[in-house]
Structure formats: structure tokens, C-alpha cells
Design a protein around this ligand. Structure first.
Ligand code: FE
Length: 285
């Protein structure tokens, strides 16, 4: 067995998004434009309402999937498919924007902690213009596996004989939120060809001899498993992996396509009110 080593360490960059929300971005910055199939990772964590109260008013997406995982706080999602979703601590929202969605994500609190992640997962060319789909998963539907050393919230993929509720057959995304005891070791087998990363947000950790600080993302190289040793204060992190798509990526803000022409088309469609082609029903729980 070979353990995956760190091939790149990315410190989060503070970015202002939406109407003025501060997010900590790692994937999707000049340091790392993408990690096929992942296009962006934003971590939002603040107890200062000025950092989040403006929210994300109506904005478009085309060509990929957004996965939002809330750890603290309360957001309301409304979209052009007619979905209205309450995103609460421990819940997950999976939105396949595909051919086009316009949505808003607005905080439902004026004080307290707002904490979570948004991950963008690319779609292959033959799926980019398919119908959008929206799924919401309540906190109760996310399995929590306690190994003694670690508590694992399983958003997608398999761990400890259980399976997370989010399914993405194209990239087989595995998404684990791990709370690791002080000085404990966490090991998770991953398919060899999958891209993988660890984002640490509490405590400290070591991956194959390299230290990992909070708010940094470790891109993992090839190998059979991912392994992390927690420091004296324990470690809290997400471990995410997925099958690369291997196609050209052309991105312009919220549109991610394969060619420049398709981006121009997306911009023209948005301008002419043709971005949203399909409505879809809410499924999942
Ligand atoms: Fe959005």
C-alpha cells in the first residue's frame, strides 16, 4: 500500500463573493485554478454578520454541480426550478446546474456563526447541457460513524460499511467530514486514479511527514490511501476525492464549459433571458 503524499499545499485566500460575503478559497485561485473534477472550494466561517449578511442574491450557474455543506447557521435557497430549500447545520444541498439555473442563497440569521463549505464539481461535456436537478439532504440523512478515534460525517462515498446520500455517478465524489481525536490517525482507501484533497479547518495535522495548518488545502498525489495524523489538539477536516473528467475546462465566473464559444453562448443566453431552459422538481430528503 502506498499512502498519498502532498503534491501542493494551498493557503486559503479571502475572497468577497455574492453581495459581499467573505469566503476562504483554495481551489479556484491563481495558486490552483482547478483540481479536475473539482472547480472551486469555498470555506465560509464567521460570527461577524458583516461577513455574510448580504448573502448571494440571484445569480446564474451553468455547466457544473454545486455542493453546499452547512456546519453552522441557516440559509434559504430559492431557484429558477421553483425549489425553496432550508439549509441548516449538518445539512447538504446538491444542485446540478447543468444547462442553467438562477438561484439565491440568503442567510436566515442576523447574528451568530455561519459556517460551511461550497464545492463545485464539474460535469462532462455530454452532461453540461442536460436538465438541472436539485436535492436537499437533512442533517438526519447524513450518516455519522464513530470509530473511537474519529467521527466521520459521510456526505458521499463509503465508510465503515455505510454510504453517504449524495450520488454522482459521473465523478463518484467521495466527501467525508472527519473530526479526529488528538494524536489519532485516520486512514481511508481511495481509488488510484481519483483526484483527492484534504482541507483542514480546526486543529492541526500531519500527512506523510508534512505539517498541515488550518485553512490550508493539501492536494494529494497518487497512491492507495489517504492518511492524516492529528496534532495535540485534534484535527477537523474534509477529505474529498473524485474521478477526473479529463476534458478542457473554460471558465468565466459562474459558467464552466469546454470551449470559449460555449462560454460566449452562456453569456448571451443569460443576457437574453434564455439561460434557464428547464424546471425540475425537488427530490431527495
Ligand atoms: Fe450559487
Amino acid at each position: 500500500m502506498t499512502t498519498r503524499r502532498i503534491t501542493q499545499l494551498i493557503r486559503a485566500t479571502a475572497v468577497s463573493e455574492g453581495a459581499g460575503v467573505t469566503v476562504h478559497r483554495t481551489i479556484g485561485t491563481p495558486a490552483r485554478r482547478n483540481l479536475d473534477p473539482f472547480l472551486m472550494l469555498d470555506h465560509f466561517s464567521s460570527d461577524d454578520p458583516n461577513d455574510y449578511i448580504a448573502g448571494f442574491p440571484d445569480h446564474p450557474h451553468r455547466g457544473f454541480i454545486t455542493v453546499t455543506y452547512m456546519l453552522d447557521g441557516h440559509m434559504l435557497h430559492q431557484d429558477s426550478m421553483g425549489n425553496r430549500g432550508d439549509l441548516r447545520a449538518g445539512g447538504v444541498q446538491w444542485m446540478k446546474a447543468a444547462s442553467g439555473v438562477i438561484h439565491s442563497e440568503m442567510p436566515q440569521q442576523s447574528e451568530g456563526l455561519m459556517h460551511g463549505f461550497q464545492l463545485w464539481v464539474n460535469l462532462p461535456a455530454d452532461d453540461k447541457m442536460s436538465d438541472p436537478n436539485y436535492q436537499e439532504f437533512s442533517p438526519e440523512s447524513i450518516p455519522v460513524i464513530d470509530t473511537g478515534d474519529a467521527r466521520v460525517h459521510l456526505i458521499s462515498g463509503e465508510f465503515g460499511g455505510q454510504r453517504g446520500p449524495v450520488r454522482d455517478p459521473r465523478t463518484d465524489v467521495q466527501y467525508l467530514h472527519v473530526v479526529l481525536q488528538p494524536r489519532a490517525r485516520f486512514t481511508h482507501a481511495l481509488p488510484g486514479g481519483f483526484a483527492a484533497f484534504v482541507y483542514l479547518f480546526e486543529g492541526s495535522g500531519v500527512i506523510t511527514g508534512d505539517d498541515l495548518e488550518p485553512h490550508s488545502l493539501a492536494v494529494l498525489g497518487s497512491g492507495d490511501d489517504a492518511q492524516l495524523h492529528a496534532g495535540d489538539g485534534g484535527a477537523e477536516f474534509i477529505l474529498v476525492a473524485g474521478r477526473p473528467i479529463g476534458e478542457p475546462i473554460v471558465q468565466y465566473g459562474p459558467f464552466v464549459m469546454n470551449t470559449r464559444d460555449e462560454i460566449e453562448q452562456a453569456m448571451a443566453d443569460y443576457r437574453d433571458n434564455r439561460l434557464v431552459r428547464k424546471k425540475a422538481a425537488m427530490t431527495g430528503r
